[in-house]
Ligand binder design. Structure first.
Ligand code: OOG
Ligand code: NI
Length: 266
């Protein structure tokens, strides 16, 4: 387990930018060399007891994070929870898990082969949340997962690491809205996820979100190397609730579309 929130996120950021070159460029563009406050990061996992949401969350609870919201994604067959630190400038964490038993026997068999290759001790090791894959699958297995669940295929290829960081537009200097951030990104040639519209949510749900489409990076599968979507960058603007406090949760209808930022098409 990590002893310090900031070093954990610094290590995760290093891992993330290494496979998300556009994130480095966007960080420069929006931050102009200054630090950027992250609204949140997100992880994906299987609901297998060896690696489920609780196993990932243990790393955060040990650092003072608390469990907050619960989310269900019927169509994608996912559940999620989010976690917050008492310091609002520390990133929130969104962790989802695939409901493996709701898929075909073929998909379940591939997931079982993956989970069997994970060393129990690695799950509680300090670097677990930026450890990537501790297994090998073939490109045929990847393609097979892709047929049923883009989420399963991404997770099988990339493993345990943030699938995105999220710029907090509220804390970002020089931009007064998510629209302005999106315009700057498009002017610089970055491609946004347009599923459900360029901006998901808005003032009415107290959270507006947009994201890039994931970069494409090579992955060494058991049989060969293949280029597939890696990670994306998200941008979030939060609004005040009726009680005057900023909303700190997520919005399932918007999240459902954000997941699609790792689709190969789109
Ligand atoms: C998480 C998608 C949900 C959000 O901000 O609503 C999300 C994922 O793609 O794994 O991050
Ligand atoms: Ni997100």
């Amino acid at each position: 387990m990590h002893t310090n929130v900031d070093t954990l996120f610094a290590n995760m950021w290093q891992d993330y930018v290494a496979i998300t070159p556009s994130a480095n460029k966007i960080h420069q563009l929006l931050g102009r060399g200054d630090d950027i406050i992250n609204d949140h990061v997100a992880f994906r996992t299987f609901n297998h007891p060896k690696v489920n949401v609780a196993k990932l969350a243990a790393h955060l609870l040990a650092l003072g994070y608390e469990e907050k919201g619960d989310y269900v994604f019927e169509q994608k067959k996912l559940k999620a929870k989010h976690y917050e630190h008492s310091d609002p400038t520390k990133p929130k964490v969104f962790i989802s898990e695939l409901l493996v038993e709701e898929f075909s026997d073929k998909l379940q068999a591939v997931v079982q082969r993956i989970v069997d290759q994970i060393d129990e001790a690695a799950v509680s090791a300090e670097n677990f949340l930026y450890s990537g894959t501790q297994w090998k699958i073939t490109t045929a297995e990847y393609e097979q997962l892709l047929e049923e669940s883009e989420y399963a295929a991404w997770l099988a290829a990339w493993g345990y690491r943030p699938n995105h960081f999220t710029v907090s537009v509220n804390y970002l200097k020089g931009y007064d809205s998510l629209e302005a951030v999106n315009q700057a990104l498009k002017d610089a040639g970055f491609r946004l996820n347009t599923s459900g519209g360029e901006i998901k949510g808005g003032r009415d749900v107290c959270l507006a979100q947009s994201s890039t489409m994931a970069d494409k990076m090579p992955v060494e599968f058991a049989d060969k190397t293949m280029e597939i979507p890696s990670c994306f960058y998200e941008f979030a603007e939060r609004f005040e609730m009726a009680n005057g406090e900023l909303y700190t949760g997520f919005v399932a209808a918007s999240a459902d579309k954000i997941f699609e930022s790792t689709n190969a098409k789109g």
